[in-house]
Design a protein around this ligand. Structure first.
Ligand code: T4K
Length: 398
């Protein structure tokens, strides 16, 4: 049932609003027949990996959508960030935000680089260029900016800083397929950008990633690095890895991109439904995409007072709305990075008040309205909700 009073909430014993869970990151599904057709063709060809025809088709389509000159498709964005960092000669300390998915710092740490977390601008959730300037030191060997939620505020300033200090600049654009910055495709920012095609992304390949760059020579190097460094049969040019995308993943990717515009349109409808449904709810801000740029609206993120955030997520989860605290608690507080003791008050504050809500093609307009009704009831009685749940503590689901 759709709650309208405090006692209607499932967290206090009523029937949940949804019978089936509503996930953040439920995949947008490509057309099944199309995927099976493409997989069938790959099987008939007996060509299953190593830069096959589907891989090439996917790569070209990503290049067109992103507007970059060169695209290098890889097995996932984590490997993409690693290849870009290596190919650009990053070394030592790499400045990046802590308010990101842990995949960003993991990617560079895994290849022996050291993430140095800089503060975000709490309004935009992206790196604060002034904090990046302060963080630059003698061991700085690169910058990784993150277009969190597909938003890329501050990107030009980061480009200017990178140029001034002669530092390579990679953008983690995992969320930013189809997004622009001041009219420029985000994939053309920095030396290289990396998009994710994970199942949970706006268009997925189950697992997948792509590195975009306008630098032809860099793209060539990246292509060799993703395939063991081979330049000819029996000849490798140097240390490299296996970051190739299979034909099965490329089939999913090609078919997903055929529906990309449809996925974005549904995301936009859902986002607008959330904005309309929550705009007059005191204490709730829906993050803004109204900067005149193109967005994929893949993340619907609320900011609520810190004291209400976890109770609100408990309320939602009890209704089977599996809202998430992306990206709590900030990477600087996660096990591998906490010992460095970074002190990031804006990151802590933002990570303490975000709630990410389900969207995508698994959510109907009615579902969105029902989630808004739950938030509305919880926020109208926020003090009671906080007090009653504090008396009955329980962990949040993973
Ligand atoms: N940089 C940034 C800024 C990123 O956000 C990411 C990935 C990366 C880098 C690295 O990109 P990749 O190397 O992955 O290409 C998920 C994704 O696994 C991860 O790719 C993504 N960011 C992150 C934001 O979300 P988890 O650990 O939160 O996933 P999990 O298992 O909790 O799933 C999320 C929800 O989606 C669940 O409610 C279940 C649902 N789900 C998930 C899958 C895989 C489905 O309904 N079906 C599915 O097939 O990381």
């Amino acid at each position: 049932m759709t709650p309208s009073r405090l006692e209607d909430l499932a967290v206090f014993g009523s029937t949940p609003a949804f019978t089936e869970p509503r996930h953040v990151g439920r995949p947008n599904m490509p057309d099944r027949e199309r995927v099976l057709e493409l997989v069938g063709e790959a099987m008939d060809r007996r060509w299953l990996s190593n830069e096959g025809p589907l891989h090439e088709a996917f790569q070209e389509r990503v290049r067109q959508i992103t507007g970059a000159r060169h695209c290098v498709v890889v097995a996932n964005a984590t490997l993409g960030i690693q290849l870009a960092a290596r190919a650009l000669g990053m070394e030592g300390e790499i400045i990046m935000p802590s308010f990101t998915f842990v995949g960003t710092p993991h990617a560079v740490s895994w290849i022996g680089l050291e993430p140095v977390f800089a503060e975000i601008d709490p309004r935009t959730h992206t790196l604060d260029p002034a904090a990046v300037r302060t963080a630059i030191g003698p061991r700085t060997g690169g910058i990784v900016g993150v277009h969190l939620w597909g938003r890329s505020a501050g990107a030009e300033e980061l480009e200017a800083i990178a140029e001034e200090h002669d530092l390579p600049l990679v953008f983690d654009a995992a969320h930013a397929l189809g997004c622009t910055r001041a009219g420029r495709p985000v994939a053309t920012l920095g030396d290289a950008s990396v998009i994710s095609f994970h199942a949970t992304k706006v268009a997925g390949a189950a697992e997948g990633g792509a590195i975009l760059t306008d630098d032809a020579e860099l793209a060539e190097r990246l292509r060799r690095m993703r395939n063991f460094g081979f330049v000819a049969f029996d000849t490798v040019e140097g240390l490299a890895t296996n970051a190739k995308m299979s034909e099965m993943n490329a089939a999913m990717g090609v078919a997903s991109l055929e529906r990309f515009e449809e996925f974005v349109a549904v995301n936009r409808r859902n986002y607008e439904g959330y904005v309309a449904g929550l705009q007059d709810v005191p204490g709730v801000e829906v993050i803004d995409y109204a900067d005149g740029d193109e967005h994929n609206f893949h993340y619907v993120v609320l900011e609520v007072p810190a004291a209400v955030r976890d109770p609100l997520i408990r309320v939602l989860q009890a209704e089977r709305v599996l809202a998430r605290r992306y990206f709590f608690p900030g990477c600087h507080r996660l096990a591998p990075y906490a010992p460095a003791g970074a002190s990031l008050s804006a990151t802590d504050e933002v990570a303490g008040r975000v709630v990410t809500l389900p969207t995508g093609t698994a959510m109907s307009a009615d579902d969105v309205a029902r989630v808004c009704a739950i938030v509305r009831v919880a926020m109208a009685h926020a003090d009671d909700v906080v007090r009653r749940l504090a008396a009955d503590p329980a962990g949040l689901g993973r």
